[in-house]
Write a protein that binds this ligand. Structure first.
Ligand SMILES: NC(=O)c1ccc[n+]([C@@H]2O[C@H](COP(=O)([O-])OP(=O)(O)OC[C@H]3O[C@@H](n4cnc5c(N)ncnc54)[C@H](OP(=O)(O)O)[C@@H]3O)[C@@H](O)[C@H]2O)c1
Length: 340
């Protein structure tokens, strides 16, 4: 006995990974539906060793379905998530639409799984931004030990964070660099991304920060602790999959880098790779297809009384999106829902 599960956005970067991860982790599925836009009607997607044909989200009836994993962007979510929720299907949403709604829990299971019970207010649970998810996994065990007061983070975010169009743009521009007769002007990104880095993700806000940077601040406060001060600089880099973050953390209590390393080694969802020699750290290409949040380069920050610096890398399509959503579904199933 299991659940009737819907994946909305099944033809996208995150939706395809959701189907992979549901199959890999043997989530108890009695029946599964893969949905996308009408453009993709009948497109085949893989679910373990099965092939599913995608159906149209617009005409899908959610009545009788238990859980819907949504990865369709905010505009489509606004239309279809309330319909699914009203039909009694619990929505786990990857867009930013509901993340800051006080009646919707925002969950990273390694950090605040207990918040799942709050789903009943709207029948919706939100999944955080990819950069926030991996950062709070690394911050949580350190916060429990020494109370984090301030975080300074710079991100190095892969193009898959901007959907399949972002990946196509990097691929086509990279090829065009070697074939100057091709011209691939920026479309998804604001400047050329191939052989470049762009300090701009999502729209600019009045204070000069971008919305992506604001999300890291607001979501860390909601998931981990509203008292933690966070300042972020979010940068798009020409990497296909895998987000990296250089993080400086300040604590109220004393914590040296060796104890921080020991704590991180024991923490759920984390793998420490930190040899202090050439190659003794993780780079994004090595985290692709993995579940873990990797932590490397753990060292003292000598410019503050109690602080460390570290390098955190994870697969943004997995821990940053699809894996986290499936983990939420697992918690929901274990604690709140009855099977079929
Ligand atoms: N990529 C990441 O690292 C990441 C991390 C966290 C959260 N997210 C969020 O996850 C969501 C999906 O991102 P993605 O990277 O998977 O994007 P993507 O690769 O561009 O895929 C978008 C998916 O949404 C479907 N879709 C779009 N508009 C639709 C509509 N009106 N009706 C039905 N289906 C529609 C698309 O279907 P068609 O193929 O038929 O167009 C496709 O399956 C976004 O909200 C994004 O912000 C992404």
């Amino acid at each position: 006995m299991g659940y009737k599960v819907v994946v909305a956005g099944a033809t996208g970067n995150v939706g395809r990974e959701m189907l992979n991860i549901l199959a890999e982790r043997e989530f108890p599925v009695d029946e599964i539906a893969a949905l996308a836009s009408r453009r993709s009607l009948g497109t085949e997607v893989s679910f373990g060793d099965k092939t599913l044909k995608t159906k149209d989200l617009d005409t899908f009836d959610f009545t009788g379905w238990d859980i819907a994993l949504f990865a369709v962007g905010s505009e489509a979510t606004k239309i279809y998530a309330p319909k699914a929720a009203a039909a009694g299907c619990v929505v786990i949403d990857n867009s930013s639409l509901y993340r800051y709604d006080p009646d919707v829990p925002l969950i990273v299971p390694e950090v605040n799984a207990d918040a799942v019970v709050g789903y009943t207010k709207k029948n919706i649970i939100a999944n955080p931004n990819c950069s926030t998810a991996q950062m709070v996994v690394a911050l949580k065990p350190l916060h429990d030990r020494a109370k984090i007061t301030r975080v300074v983070v710079s991100t190095y975010q892969s193009v898959s964070g901007a959907g399949k169009e972002g990946m196509d743009e990097l691929w086509n521009q990279t090829k065009a660099v070697y074939n100057p007769t091709d011209d691939v002007p920026p479309a998804k990104f604001s400047k050329q991304i191939a052989f470049n880095v762009i300090p701009h993700i999502d729209v600019f806000l009045d204070d000069g920060y971008t919305k992506e940077e604001w999300k890291m601040v607001a979501e860390t406060k909601k998931i981990l602790d509203p008292k933690i001060k966070v300042t972020a600089t979010c940068v798009r880099v020409p990497v296909f999959v895998g987000h990296s973050e250089a993080i400086n953390v300040e604590f109220a209590d004393n914590l040296d880098w060796e104890e921080a390393t020991d704590i991180l080694r024991e923490a759920p969802g984390i793998l420490v790779v930190d040899k202090r020699e050439a190659g003794g750290y993780i780079t994004p290409i090595e985290c692709v297809g993995e579940y873990a949040t990797y932590v490397s380069r753990i060292r003292q920050d000598p410019t503050v009384d109690n602080g460390i610096a570290m390098w955190v890398v994870s697969d943004n399509l997995r821990k940053g999106a699809a894996l986290n959503a499936v983990q939420i579904a697992e918690v929901l199933g274990q604690r709140c829902l009855k099977k079929g």
